[in-house]
Design a protein. Structure first.
Lengths: 356, 356
């Protein structure tokens, strides 16, 4: 559930509080714009997975810019109820962007809905190595710049949530190439926000995450530095390469695909093991983030020999996470803070009374 | 090597700089007092493993209090060269303590050497559940208090290094009971230091570690809280229980030992798997920290089902580590600092010119 209390009470999401106080509000993400994190800022719902419903709630609530993936929940060909959400948003005055150039040519006078992929956007490392994807899909930094441009001139100010959502998905997949390059893409989006805040002098930037995931780390060893640096040669995610392998691929083809994607040669035994997961008998465990049951974990363990990266699991962890702030309001930050207290800190920093 | 530069140059260790500037200097640890960390503060040597030689260097250098494990490197029965290092320290004016009560009855007027176990001291969780060990071995907090009492009245001040060294060893063994209770024992030693500094008002306390290890973390799941709390029922380390199991133990006995040590029942299949490592054919990898090749890793993976704790490896990791300071000089601490810069920060905080 999202914004539902232990006794079923529906709490008013923080982005609605900001809207009611006269501010503009928006979200951009690399996962579906209807996914748990942006939806958690925007709506109350008993099921975080009812993404078709969440798309309709966004329409009713009228946020000022919403961009990410999620055609599955907006497009009439892909929604179960065949509703054309794009038409619905247009009738409410939205500009709708379906690719990078459409996004770039939206104006900043009217609200914007941008949806660029069926589910999540592609991983940054896969996009970086594919010209078609680069043309079709905006980067997180580009979406962030557009969102700021759309809202920065509003007289009562604005709030913007920017999520590097696929960092989390990469950790679920123990996919180090996916993780590092999406973290870098997030970093570039942070720069866009900081550059704006530095000039504006009246904007608070908060940088954090909602949880740890899989606790990746570089493992000691004589070649740890060189091994870790070999990730610079990766051209594609494990998701990409494991989807390139087919049940009828040969061992030589498996090795070729991995060599192409990682710049690293897998030995015959490991290649055979990878292939054994495609025979319909051996499948890897995994729910939400591995619905095809591909050998993400087994392959990450093989990669460990050449990249020195280890993982504790394929799930969230309980570690303390970093929280950094820049700009007016950052003086409210204590050395340690509960995640739930951030709600009140954000209202206070924006001088919005919590009266709703 | 310790304090040896890339071109073989021998650097003066920081505890020697402090001694030369007229301060008292000491070390206490839960591992051998000749082990890498205390030795790194005290001596220059090409081999960190030449612990017999390191014991002799300590004698020459005349530190004011040195306590921990390491009979292997001091006792004539255990040293390869049969030298009686205890006699040598006594002739140099040292009080020698071989157990907790001898340590408690040392006076604070003369230097102290305390050596309480052949190699490292026992893990705290094993000590907590064994009356004999509690009587024989002091806790890290008790050693810390003794060291402060010995040195606190010195007119030019003192430096003390306190190491919870077995936290590292527990991580090498993926041994969560060992790790948590030794971390708590370290925390209690930190309290002793902070209590003193708070009253003294002229002492800087620095709390940090030299590296991450095995990146333990709690893994998400419906029962993660309850599972993690089950560690409160542990009476002994995995090291203790795996050493209780013998090649001729039955599956029922294996289950009984684990039930006693962890308060958790292992299933028959897992118990059989544990036992299979004792047949002389199946042995676990492992060097320095698993010389008996016991199934530390395999058993930690079984425990994961009941305690929700995961590990990335059995070796050090490259993570950033925490660094905290309390007292005068703590204003020198920047948000991020290189480990090698701490050398200069400590000298500066103590107003010792780096002229040696």
């Amino acid at each position: 559930s999202l914004n539902v209390g232990p006794n079923g009470e529906m709490n008013l999401p923080i982005w609605q509080k900001f809207k009611k106080s006269g501010k503009m509000a928006g979200c951009v993400t690399t996962v579906p714009i209807t996914h748990a994190t942006p939806a958690g800022f925007c709506v109350s719902t008993k099921s975080r997975n009812s993404q078709e419903d969440i798309a309709e709630m966004y329409l009713d609530l009228g946020f000022d810019i919403m961009m990410g993936g999620g055609l599955n929940y907006f497009s009439p060909e892909l929604r179960k109820d065949k509703k054309d959400m794009f038409d619905a948003f247009k009738s409410k005055g939205y500009q709708v962007a379906r690719n990078r150039s459409e996004m770039m040519s939206t104006n900043n006078e009217k609200p914007i809905l941008g949806v660029f992929a069926e589910d999540a956007l592609p991983y940054s490392i896969d996009r970086n190595n594919d010209k078609t994807l680069q043309e079709k899909i905006p980067s997180l930094a580009e979406m962030t710049q557009k969102a700021i441009d759309r809202m920065k001139s509003h007289k009562n100010g604005f709030v913007l949530q920017v999520e590097g959502g696929k960092v989390d998905w990469a950790a679920h997949a123990n996919d180090i190439g996916g993780l590092i390059y999406d973290q870098v893409a997030f970093d570039e989006a942070v720069k866009v926000a900081l550059d704006f805040a530095e000039k504006d002098k009246n904007t608070l930037v908060i940088i954090t995450t909602d949880h740890g995931n899989a606790n990746p780390g570089v493992i000691y060893g004589k070649n740890a530095n060189t091994n870790f640096d070999s990730i610079q040669n990766y051209k594609h995610t494990n998701e990409w390469l494991l989807n390139e392998i087919k049940p009828n691929s040969t061992v030589a083809q498996v090795r070729e695909i991995i060599d192409f994607a990682n710049g690293t040669t897998l030995n015959d035994d490991d290649a055979k093991t990878v292939l054994s997961y495609y025979d319909g008998l051996h499948k890897e465990e995994g729910g939400l983030y591995n619905y095809k049951k591909l050998p993400f974990k087994a392959f990450a363990e093989m990669q460990q020999k050449s990249n020195s990266v280890g993982w504790i699991s394929m799930d969230h962890s309980a570690d303390y996470v970093e929280l950094a702030m820049f700009g007016p309001g950052s003086e409210l930050l204590k050395p340690f803070i509960k995640n739930t207290d951030l709600h009140y800190l954000m209202l206070q920093a924006a001088e919005v009374e919590n009266k709703f």
